[in-house]
Design a protein around this ligand. Structure first.
Ligand SMILES: *[C@@H]1O[C@H](CO)[C@@H](O)[C@H](O)[C@H]1NC(C)=O
Ligand SMILES: *[C@@H]1O[C@H](CO)[C@@H](O)[C@H](O)[C@H]1NC(C)=O
Length: 719
């Protein structure tokens, strides 16, 4: 790719709101990919130094680790091999490249690789469609050999950015669409439309790639999401751009007003409440600089932890080869081979015509990494952050850079890692405390209205926290009601009246993580430690009951499928079958839930069949390189035949094997007025916590902060 076009692409791809926003700024259908359209929503952040070392110069970067993502040069080479591969070579313009990324070498090869060794063969895995037929291909860059891999029976590959950016424009060439918009009282120049994946409900969603387009009025606000043209749905063929059907069941439903919906600071600062004083600016300073290192572009080391990190178009952040130095012995110990988000499932709870199909699977349909926008320095990540880019491909296979997609930073939020004071009873005058400093790897995917902030947080006590925060803007429904007293009793609004003519529809979010655990190596088992009430024998004790822990090692997949229940408490341990502590406990990590939610849909409801990987919160499967995406490789319009639940139903043995832990973090969202016109951020998390992994608490090696370590910075010094 020429530098100038790369730069132009970059500039446009940096527009935080460019992605799915199609308003009056330009109307012609794109002849070139729509990246050439100018956007007024480019974010010009404060002048913060996000400069990267030479190892992040994408033009010259050369892979140095077996798991390093494909470089610009490698993508260009893979593309040229593909274009000359028969049958594609006869009509290269009929080829669409949905994804092209590193085909990771076999796990045994990666685990035995040492720095300084030559790299194993660099191979790409590409998902393409040629004349509408899907192909999954492995491309060897050195031999130039292309091998066709099996293609799933149902579904389509992840949409390309070009699909998502061109589909919303297609209805504009249909007279009936224009007439409907005009009849609803919206000027054509104010229409903003979104491409909405339509799931699968039967034969209507089979045989061709379809999408539903829904539109909004952007008149008087950047927050067009609050101004739905309710009830209007355009069914579109994504390949031919043919309008299959226009449905408008929204006559009589007004477009909600734009009043108080804009969220841009340039607008809101003029009508802020005069009686509130905002807190003073705050920032974390590290007088001695950051204490983590990033070498060769992707290798991170911090406080005994080390891992490989990269951006992925589908998963977002991928963490690999995670290990920690045991403070006891100084030796490095393995914890996890690979971890990432595998799929999301976001069903809305309104079964009516314009809403029933909203059951998004954001990773496999839209690309969780593709939607991860550049992070905003000083606000998304603190001043001491280090930024990493993603390198992805366009539909014609050319590389482009998504800048500042991931940030890494040390976090101190005033919390305590450990403390103890002696009270006067002992007269010992001990006051010991250690500040809690963690390392965070963060990205934020803006899947249209919603923003998913994903944090991987590493602690000095060996704990890893996976945190997901939901931010952004609700997807709302228009209504003729302006007050709850107007709603006839017994009528189900499927949500909450948030403002005049605006309903926030109830919905769920599920984020499924795939965690290939290698606790002290790949030979692991999974134990369920059940806590049950035990009755004392008559006369044994003044007590009548106590809690007892019973450990059961799961032999097969079905024994490891967990539905969480407060009154059936359990711990869930992934442990080494080869290593024990000094006193004989198997070394392990346990998965610890925080607040979460389970899918309550009928298991046979079509969306739940596709999202059946959410039927349990925890699953364990034997390691299988091709079982990576919980909703299947081809998720778009899939029927649910290639999901985690189907694989796990084979009930394979999982004892003393290389096993993969799957955890689903869930949220029920019943909207309330504070969700209007933008949402307060809601977050939850789960932990991987050492359980008999260390001989004793590893925080013992942490020093306390001293006054001399932390010079006081004044405002002028930091300006
Ligand atoms: C629909 O309206 C748009 C915007 O005014 C215009 O560019 C387009 O040509 C119209 N389509 C038709 C078929 O008239
Ligand atoms: C690996 O996974 C694929 C997809 O589920 C399956 O077809 C294959 O049989 C699995 N291999 C093993 C050894 O289980």
């Amino acid at each position: 790719m020429e530098y100038s076009s790369l730069k132009r692409f970059l500039l446009l791809a940096t527009g935080a709101f460019l992605l799915l926003l199609f308003t009056h700024f330009s109307f012609h259908l794109p002849s070139n990919p729509p990246f050439s359209r100018s956007s007024p929503f480019l974010f010009h952040g404060p002048p913060v130094n996000t400069a990267k070392p030479a190892s992040q110069n994408h033009e010259t970067y050369i892979a140095s680790h077996p798991l390093d993502p494909f470089t610009i040069q490698e993508i260009n080479l893979a593309r040229s091999i593909l274009l000359s591969y028969s049958p594609f070579s006869s009509s290269p313009s009929s080829l669409t490249i949905h994804s092209l990324s590193l085909d990771e070498p076999d796990k045994s090869v990666v685990r035995s690789w040492k720095p300084g060794n030559t790299l194993p063969a660099r191979k790409a895995v590409a998902v393409t469609r040629y004349k509408n037929k899907p192909y999954v291909l492995s491309i060897d860059l050195s031999t130039k050999e292309v091998v066709q891999l099996p293609v799933p029976d149902s579904g389509y590959p992840t949409m390309t950015m070009e699909d998502m950016m061109s589909a919303p424009w297609a209805p504009f060439s249909d007279k009936a669409f224009n007439a409907t918009i005009t009849a609803r009282g919206v000027r054509m120049s104010d229409v903003a439309c979104l491409p909405i994946s339509l799931g699968w409900f039967g034969q209507t969603e089979e045989g061709r790639r379809l999408i539903k387009i829904q539109c909004y009025s952007a008149e008087g606000t950047a927050n067009f999401y609050m101004r739905p043209i309710e009830g209007l749905t355009v069914l579109l063929d994504m390949d031919t751009k043919e309008v299959v059907e226009i449905t408008d069941k929204g006559n009589g439903i007004p477009i909600p007003s734009s009043t108080n919906t804009d969220y841009r600071y340039a607008v809101t600062k003029n009508n802020r409440a005069a009686w509130l004083k905002p807190p003073n600016p705050i920032s974390l300073e590290q007088p001695s600089g950051p204490s983590f290192t990033v070498s060769e572009g992707h290798q991170v080391k911090w406080a005994g932890w080390d891992f490989h990190i990269k951006a992925d178009a589908r998963a977002g952040i991928i963490i690999s080869g995670l290990g920690i130095i045991d403070p006891e012995t100084g030796t490095r110990r393995e914890v996890m081979y690979k971890g990432s988000v595998s799929e999301l499932f976001v069903p809305y709870m309104d079964p009516t015509n314009a809403w029933y199909f909203k059951t998004y699977m954001d990773a496999g349909e839209y690309g969780f990494g593709l939607q991860a926008m550049p992070l905003v320095p000083l606000n998304d990540c603190p001043r001491n952050a280090y930024y990493l880019d993603g390198v992805f491909v366009t539909a014609d296979g050319k590389p482009y850079v998504r800048e500042n997609m991931i940030c890494l930073f040390e976090k101190y939020s005033g919390d305590i890692a450990w403390r103890h004071s002696e009270c006067p009873i002992t007269d010992m005058e001990i006051k010991e405390a250690r500040p809690k400093v963690t390392l965070v790897a963060r990205m934020s995917a803006s899947v249209a209205n919603y923003d998913y902030i994903v944090d991987w947080e590493f602690q000095t006590d060996g704990l890893i926290r996976m945190k997901v925060a939901l931010s952004g803007i609700l997807m709302v429904k228009g209504t003729s009601y302006t007050h709850t007293k107007d709603v006839p009793s017994g009528e189900d609004m499927y949500g909450t009246l948030l403002s005049e003519n605006v309903i926030g529809v109830i919905h769920d979010h599920f984020i499924t993580f795939r965690l290939d655990m290698d606790v002290d190596g790949p030979a692991n088992s999974f134990a369920r430690v059940k806590l049950t009430r035990q009755a004392t024998a008559s006369g044994e004790s003044p007590r009548t009951s106590f809690l007892k822990a019973t450990r059961h090692v799961a032999a097969t997949e079905k024994e490891a499928q967990v539905k969480l229940a407060l009154y059936k408490p359990e711990e869930f341990h992934v442990f080494s079958t080869e290593k024990m502590t000094r006193v004989g406990n198997p070394t392990g990590y346990k998965v610890v839930s925080a607040g979460t939610a389970a899918s309550m849909l009928d298991p046979n409801d079509p969306p739940q069949l596709r999202g059946s990987f959410t039927n349990n919160q925890i699953w364990i499967t034997p390691y299988n390189k091709s079982e990576e995406w919980a909703g299947g490789l081809f998720v778009y319009q899939s029927t649910g035949e290639d999901t985690l639940s189907v694989w796990a139903d084979r009930n394979r043995p999982i004892e003393n094997k290389d096993i993969v832990l799957w955890y689903t973090l869930g949220f029920h969202h019943v909207p309330c007025q504070e969700d209007f016109p933008i949402m307060p951020t809601v977050s939850s998390s789960f932990d991987l916590k050492p359980v008999n992994f260390f001989e004793k608490n590893p925080v013992l090696w942490l020093p306390p902060n001293q006054e001399k370590d932390l010079p006081v910075c004044t405002a002028t010094a930091t300006a």
